[in-house]
Design a protein around this ligand. Structure first.
Ligand SMILES: *[C@@H]1O[C@H](CO)[C@@H](O)[C@H](O)[C@H]1NC(C)=O
Ligand SMILES: *[C@@H]1O[C@H](CO)[C@@H](O)[C@H](O)[C@H]1NC(C)=O
Ligand SMILES: *[C@@H]1O[C@H](CO)[C@@H](O)[C@H](O)[C@H]1NC(C)=O
Ligand SMILES: *[C@@H]1O[C@H](CO)[C@@H](O)[C@H](O)[C@H]1NC(C)=O
Ligand SMILES: *[C@@H]1O[C@H](CO)[C@@H](O)[C@H](O)[C@H]1NC(C)=O
Length: 748
């Protein structure tokens, strides 16, 4: 199962996936379709585009309900139709495309300190007006507005540019918004279209978060300062969102069973109209897209980017499998996950005197202070008598670890040691188990399994050790973090970078316990969970901070600053590790590296991009005019006399997919955002199979905003076996700044 964080509902969600996606109506099966319209072709007889859209829809189906009209994220609407009516609609004038909507899923305080954003450095970011005028929009499961993380104490008036709203609904009044939580909306028509009316005894028809995920991500990005924040005593300290002075606007697009793209697009549509500055999206499509014009998040994000909104999305939790990414579009900042320097150690103690360090967020009555009988779940699963009064060794997989604990507890088990599946390596996610339980890494798991299966009288115990800080090495790349290569465009490196995403403390809903299990009656103000869902809002918060210091920077400039200053070695110079293998991580795992906020403020040079550059990129991919229109809304035509190349997209990283040629030429243009200076290039290549040459090797800048171009030629050994990768870097430095780009070469 794709990692980590998802709450109890996620398990059901996976089971329910694809069941009941269409229901019967008028004898034919209806589904939700997203209809893109060529707004510029609206006949003059219509006063408003929405009337034209209505009329186009009525021309094929009198009864079809208009779910949403879109005007900012796309031009068009969402409606429920039979496949036959959808086909007829495609032939109507002005209709560019009619596509079935897609299902999306969520990718489930110590961090500011870990990022170097402690009190000593806070002077780098303004404390006053500019920082607090930045608005972060969060597309997620809603918000628990009563959380202290959304307190508006000390906040000035709501920014005058704000056009959003606080929508009332079940258990949610408009008064719940304040000068911190300045907007909250919900989008449920697509969800209700599929599943019928909401059961309001189970989920609120309002922005209220009954899942926890949205409250957690929003407070990670921009939560107010809360002292003495902890989960059951773990990670006690001051909780603070990354851009803790920024404002938050909530767009609830995910519900108990699913997230639908008609709802997500409407959320993006409104976020653009409301004037958010940053959009945080910790969700992604369930299926792998092959084309950006099929991915509604990417489509909506394009329009947001065009309006200067920085969009950061999670890379997904399908690692360490290669090519397991979501949200790969180059106008999105794609965020992978790493660990921080904090752990929740728990010792698995065996009867043979050996012990192994695992992790746990269990709080409750300790186990008896003696060794207890120990059994392997693989030998006992259908037999409660073999579990009762014992500690059970389980293996990860199938359902969530906390659910396995629930089963063990119900069967009378006293405790559980749960071993990682092989591809999770030594990753130790803390979980708020309902019984004494600890997760152990794969190596310890193998040894413990051998012991329990071969010892004639195996015994074990678990010793919980609370919170450990200054754990090294950190960060390490999370095993679950999705990996490149980018399967849509292998010549664009993704993910872009990594940020903290393992065992993150942030605010939580009071509608669900910290384990996410329905049987968990505990209520907590903060919870500790893991996922690229958690790393994404860290980058959203950092983008908000950079936006407050450099309001004129484009989304691409902000991303460039974060990427070129990211680090991929530890202080001792050794490369960052991948916890799945406990070997050095590569740019396919960490992109440009781990964010380094304090250096990102002053990156020296940036790689900027405009809307036209992205359209040229789509031309390079040979997208036809309707695909380009679906993404960009504009009526752009690629110039047939021009040669477009993905290699020319001014991206701050380099990916080369070797497909027969021996040389590959890329061009880049850097903009000086520092003082005058002379930058020299330093190139590194990990293997002799790749030669990298840069021309010119020195770039002289006299003034701010000056642009200089350079080209890079990669000469590769084409006899390298397919499936091989090689990595390197291209670094420009003037002695004060280091502007680094990762290089990833793959032979297909
Ligand atoms: C609304 O709040 C009340 C009181 O807190 C609670 O009993 C009820 O379950 C809530 N409804 C939903 C749908 O969450
Ligand atoms: C958390 O830390 C604060 C301040 O150090 C302390 O007053 C409080 O008792 C601690 N809470 C827990 C649950 O450890
Ligand atoms: C764990 O093992 C180490 C090394 O074998 C030993 O020194 C230590 O006492 C053990 N700790 C516990 C709690 O059993
Ligand atoms: C437990 O299961 C393993 C295989 O999973 C088997 O080899 C072993 O004999 C079983 N042990 C007992 C006591 O049943
Ligand atoms: C554009 O490409 C898409 C996807 O390949 C295809 O479905 C569509 O018919 C094409 N449209 C035009 C106008 O060529």
């Amino acid at each position: 199962m794709s990692s980590s964080f998802l709450s109890s509902t996620a398990f059901f969600l996976l089971v329910l996936l694809y069941l009941g996606s269409f229901h019967e109506s008028d004898g034919a099966q209806q589904g939700t379709y997203i209809v893109h319209m060529a707004k510029s072709q609206m006949p003059s007889s219509f006063d408003h585009h929405s009337l034209w859209y209505e009329s186009s829809l009525k021309s094929v189906s009198e009864s079809a309900e208009m779910l949403y009209t879109y005007n900012n994220a796309i031009h068009g609407f969402a409606t429920r139709l039979t496949p036959e009516d959808a086909n007829t609609l495609k032939t109507q004038p002005g209709v560019i495309s009619v596509r079935p909507e897609q299902r999306y899923e969520l990718h489930t305080t110590q961090t500011p300190l870990f990022l170097g954003l402690d009190v000593h450095n806070s002077g780098l970011f303004p404390e006053t007006c500019p920082a607090s005028d930045v608005v972060i929009g969060v597309l997620d499961t809603g918000v628990w507005p009563e959380s202290k993380s959304f307190s508006d104490e000390g906040y000035g008036p709501i920014p005058s540019t704000w056009k959003g709203e606080c929508e009332a609904g079940t258990n949610f009044t408009a008064c719940l918004c304040n000068r911190k939580l300045i907007g909250a909306r919900f989008f449920v028509r697509g969800y209700e279209g599929e599943y019928g009316p909401l059961d309001e005894s189970k989920e609120s028809r309002s922005p209220r978060d009954e899942d926890g995920h949205g409250t957690h991500t929003a407070s990670t990005a921009a939560g107010s300062v809360v002292e003495g924040a902890n989960l059951l005593g773990f990670a006690n300290g001051t909780a603070r969102g990354i851009a803790y002075r920024a404002r938050v606007a909530i767009y609830k697009v995910c519900w108990k069973r699913d997230c639908f793209s008609s709802d997500i697009l409407s959320g993006i549509d409104k976020a653009i109209a409301d004037n958010v500055n940053v959009l945080s999206c910790s969700l992604g499509s369930k299926i792998q897209m092959t084309d950006y014009s099929e991915d509604d998040t990417a489509i909506g994000a394009f329009s947001a980017m065009e309006r200067g909104i920085f969009v950061s999305c999670s890379a997904d939790n399908r690692g360490p499998n290669p090519s397991s990414l979501r949200n790969e579009a180059p106008w999105i900042t794609t965020v992978g996950a790493g660990t921080i320097d904090r752990d929740f150690p728990a010792l698995a103690i065996l009867g043979n005197g050996k012990n192994y360090t695992g992790a746990s967020l269990f709080k409750g009555d300790a186990l008896p202070a003696k060794l207890l009988p120990f059994v392997y779940a693989g030998n006992a699963s259908n037999d409660d008598d073999r579990v009762k009064g014992k500690i059970v060794l389980c293996e990860q997989g199938g359902n969530d670890n906390v659910e396995k604990g629930e089963v063990v507890k119900a069967a009378g088990g006293l405790g559980m040691i749960i071993a990682n599946v092989p591809n999770r390596g030594e990753e130790l996610q803390g979980k708020a188990y309902l019984l004494p339980a600890a997760t152990v890494g794969r190596k310890a798991g193998d040894i413990i399994k051998l012991y329990v299966m071969t010892d004639p009288n195996p015994t074990a115990s678990i010793l919980f050790q609370g919170t450990a800080v200054n754990v090294q090495p950190s960060p390490v790349l999370a095993a679950f973090s999705s990996r490149g290569p980018n399967s849509i465009t292998p010549n664009i490196l993704k993910p872009d970078l990594i940020a903290p995403g393992v065992n993150i403390l942030a605010a939580w809903t009071e509608a669900l316990g910290p384990s996410g299990l329905a049987s968990d009656t505990r209520r907590v103000e903060f919870n500790i969970i893991s996922g690229t869902s958690m790393s994404c809002p860290h980058v959203s918060g950092l983008a908000a901070l950079l936006k407050s210091v450099h309001p004129e920077w484009s989304p691409a400039a902000i991303r460039s600053a974060l990427m070129t200053t990211a680090y991929n070695t530890y202080k001792d110079g050794k490369p960052l590790l991948d916890i799945a293998t406990v070997k050095p991580s590569t740019p396919f795992g960490h992109g440009a590296g781990h964010v380094s906020p304090t250096t990102a403020i002053n990156p020296g040079l940036i790689y900027d991009l405009t809307t036209v550059d992205y359209i040229d990129f789509l031309c390079a991919l040979n997208y036809n005019s309707s695909q380009i229109r679906i993404i960009s809304r504009g009526n752009y035509a690629c110039d047939p006399s021009k040669t477009y190349s993905v290699a020319d997209l001014n991206y701050p990283s380099f990916a080369v997919n070797v497909d027969g040629s021996e040389t590959y030429k890329y061009t880049r243009t850097v903009t000086n955002v520092g003082g005058a200076g002379s930058y020299s290039v330093k190139v590194t290549s990990e293997t002799t199979a790749v030669k990298i040459s840069v021309e010119p090797a020195v770039l002289n800048f006299k003034e701010v905003n000056e642009k200089k171009s350079y080209s890079v030629t990669f000469t590769v050994d084409s006899s390298t076996p397919s499936g091989s990768n090689s990595f390197g870097s291209i670094e420009w430095s003037d002695g004060k700044h280091v502007v680094a780009s990762p290089v990833a070469i793959s032979w297909t």
